[in-house]
Design a protein around this ligand. Sequence first.
Ligand code: SF4
Ligand code: SF4
Ligand SMILES: [Zn+2]
Length: 264
Amino acid sequence: MNVELIELRDDRVRFLLTGVTPAFANAIRRSCIAEVPKLAIDEISIYENTSVLFDEQIALRLGLVPIRADDLSVYSTPDECQCGGIGCPGCRIDFMLTAEGPATVHSRDIKFSDPSVRAAFDNIPLVVLGEGEKLVIEGFATLRTGKEHAKWQAGTLCGYKNLPSIEISGCNNCGRCVKVCPRGVLVLDENDSIKVRDITECSLCRLCVEECDQRAISVVPLEDAFIMSIESDGSINAKDLVRMAAEELKKKALALQDTLASIS
Ligand code: SF4
Ligand code: SF4
Ligand SMILES: [Zn+2]
């Protein structure tokens, strides 16, 4: 297996994964979506809500606010916490949200008891309060995974595609494939020869193949090479998301190994 970085941002990583099966690439993708734990607001108590939104709408909006912690490892999921899931500072982070109109209430107004925990983005609008309207809410966030509910899904847009292989032979440099390519993958160089600008941008649409009456270009997917594209919701940076997803897969593989060893 080989990994080659294509693009790295806080919220997005693209990398080339080669020498693996489609099942392995898909396991990484699924692990990013469903197995990596993140914080999300779990339960709330609404003491006052005179805004135009129903309590349920406010609850839904709060649940979907991505929450970031400086160090996620200090928290346990309720199932794994030493309190047995009853609720304690190790598995719950309390918060308060109080506001009075006229004002727009934003994600930054959610104040957590742990100062190292905050909304991943300051400016997510939650509700607009008119003159004299009030909001008084308290609740707590917990650490869980996307397989329990989408609000604990750290990986949002996670996908992969086979790495294309483009071969050109017997070309008369007519340039028709360049014009038809929707992704700008093919270009004419200074000698008017066809060149591949960036193979990772190719969508395997094969429009260039259909356009070429010389049968000079072929585009095929490589069976064991994948361009992985992983995007985070902001609660975890994308690099850590992939690292944690791989760790979760490793844990499962080791658990399977132990189980098999115990019955053999
Ligand atoms: S359409 Fe075919 S012949 Fe024309 S430039 Fe492209 S590969 Fe070459
Ligand atoms: S397969 Fe589609 S995206 Fe790829 S080079 Fe050909 S036209 Fe462009
Ligand atoms: Zn606990």
